[in-house]
Ligand binder design. Structure first.
Ligand code: ZN
Length: 108
């Protein structure tokens, strides 16, 4: 596995762990204050925060899925090749986004 993918994987896992902790804290806080009434302004804030963290968590999980897909591609020998047009993905793009699955033209 390339070092960049390994680093990206570690970062994604750390992000998921941090967000999961944050999510649990929000849930615990909402239970502690018994503020799950949506008409309660504090309850609405907590619901909003919970939604935000859930969305970030979704993103982080997708990020991890992208890393796993890239690792599979490395193993299959197709890493760095655009999934759409089959041409090589630019080195600059891969350096910026090691999990890129399409070339910059197809991504547009
Ligand atoms: Zn392409």
């Amino acid at each position: 596995m390339s070092g960049e993918l390994e680093a990206e994987r570690v970062a994604a896992l750390a992000q998921i762990a941090a967000l999961t902790r944050q999510f649990d804290e929000i849930v615990a806080a909402s239970q502690a204050s018994n503020a799950d009434d949506e008409h309660d302004p504090e309850g609405a804030t907590i619901a909003f925060e919970r939604q935000q963290v859930a969305a970030l968590l979704d993103q982080a999980r997708r990020r991890l899925a992208d890393v796993d897909a890239a690792v599979t591609a490395v193993e299959a020998g197709t890493y760095g090749r655009c999934e759409t047009c089959g041409r090589p993905i630019g080195e600059e793009r891969l350096a910026a986004r090691p999990t890129a699955r399409t070339c910059i033209d197809c991504a547009r």
